[in-house]
Design a protein around this ligand. Structure first.
Ligand SMILES: *Cc1c(COP(=O)(O)O)cnc(C)c1O
Length: 361
């Protein structure tokens, strides 16, 4: 068996220890004589799996009792619709901050449900920074303020939490949830698709303040109503049981390594290596993002021309460094270095980058 270093933006690398454990437990979970995939979601075994997953996530993130944890389906993309459906109210309004490709998708979907204002936009600077709060124009009557706290494609991350007064703050944390401690109490709603930093695709996690439940208009489909999902403990229908189980193993892995403060240390060290290689390359490698807003998780970079970029991808692959191609909308390279990417993978990437520059620069 040989494993590569996988820099995919998502679905992405998972901790090897988690995959090994899932493999060991595949045929017989804890003496049950069956795989988690084969269990009733209403049985006591699976109930213990989902309860432990929630308890571990609460401990990891310090989720206060005021917030519910929901395990949902439909990815982060369904949340682009569920949030306005549930929170905007008839003829309502919401503020969105436009920071790139994922914010754009959230905004487009929300416009189907109500009045969307752009409180701020980074479009004039090609989405290479987070507009500082001093430039935001907030509507005090908005139902919520939506941010994309890590733009997976542009590699732009909020390293601060906006102040929105009484208006609930809603954040798409898909690609940096669990990468460092976050003060959950400052948010009305946090959501994330699982396949970046949590677990298998097919699962989305929503952390929602209880007073935001029960606001969906009559006629909202049950599966789209946060209150229905909260009242049924995410089991209104059959949840994505195996994805919940593997996510639970990831939470255990994070607790065992020392929690999110330790994870942040490791993530900062990894990101510093890649940005260091870019910034010390004399312009051979470039990253366009304002340094203070650079993402610790997704690092886009370019080479001097397209032929060199093709050669880079080919040689990287030959060296066991995979999925480094940037998103089709921006081109170039992108290294996604999520929690599960080991330091050794980042060291291998950085030494390859130096070697490639020596040979072609
Ligand atoms: C990947 C991603 C999404 C979309 O996630 P799906 O699970 O595919 O719906 C949304 N927002 C951000 C920030 C992402 O990185």
């Amino acid at each position: 068996m040989s494993r590569v270093f996988n820099f995919s933006a998502g679905p992405a690398v998972l901790p090897e220890a988690v995959l090994t454990r899932a493999a060991e437990e595949m045929l017989d979970w804890h003496g049950s004589g069956m795989s988690v995939m084969e269990m009733s979601h209403r049985g006591k075994e699976f109930e213990s799996i989902i309860a432990k997953a929630e308890a571990d996530l609460r401990q990891l993130m310090g989720i206060p009792a005021s917030h519910k944890v929901l395990f949902l389906q439909g990815g982060a993309t369904l949340q682009f619709a569920m949030i306005p459906m549930n929170l905007m109210g008839a003829g309502g309004a919401a503020d969105y901050v436009h920071t790139g490709e994922w914010a754009k998708k959230a905004i487009g979907e929300a416009r189907k449900f109500g009045n969307v204002s752009l409180a701020a936009s980074a479009e004039d600077r090609k989405f290479t920074h987070v507009p500082p709060q001093s430039e935001w124009q907030l509507n005090p009557d908005a139902a919520y303020v939506h941010i994309t706290s890590n733009e997976t494609i542009g590699g732009v991350e909020y390293h601060w939490i906006p102040e929105t007064g009484k208006v609930p703050l809603v954040a798409d944390m898909s690609s940096h949830i669990l990468s460092r401690p976050m003060d959950v109490s400052r948010y009305g709603l946090i959501y994330a698709g699982a396949q970046k930093n949590i677990g298998p695709a097919g699962l989305a996690i929503v952390i929602i303040r209880e007073d935001l439940l029960g606001r969906a208009p009559a006629g909202t489909a049950a599966m789209m109503d946060y209150k229905v999902m909260a009242d049924s403990a995410s089991m209104y229908n059959t949840p994505p049981t195996y994805a919940v189980y593997v996510s639970g193993l990831v939470f255990e892995w994070l607790l065992d390594l020392g929690g999110l403060a330790e994870m942040e240390k490791r993530n900062r060290a990894k990101a510093a290596l890649v940005y260091g290689a870019i910034d010390s390359s004399g312009g051979f490698y470039t990253n366009p993002v304002e340094p203070r807003d650079r993402s610790l998780m997704n690092i886009p970079f370019r080479l001097p021309d397209a032929a060199l970029e093709d050669a880079f991808l080919k040689e990287a692959k030959a060296n066991g460094l995979l999925q480094l191609k940037g998103h089709r909308s921006v081109g170039g390279m992108r290294a996604s270095i999520y929690n599960a990417m080991p330091l050794a993978g980042v060291e291998a990437l950085v030494s390859f980058m130096r070697e490639f520059q020596r040979a072609h620069g």
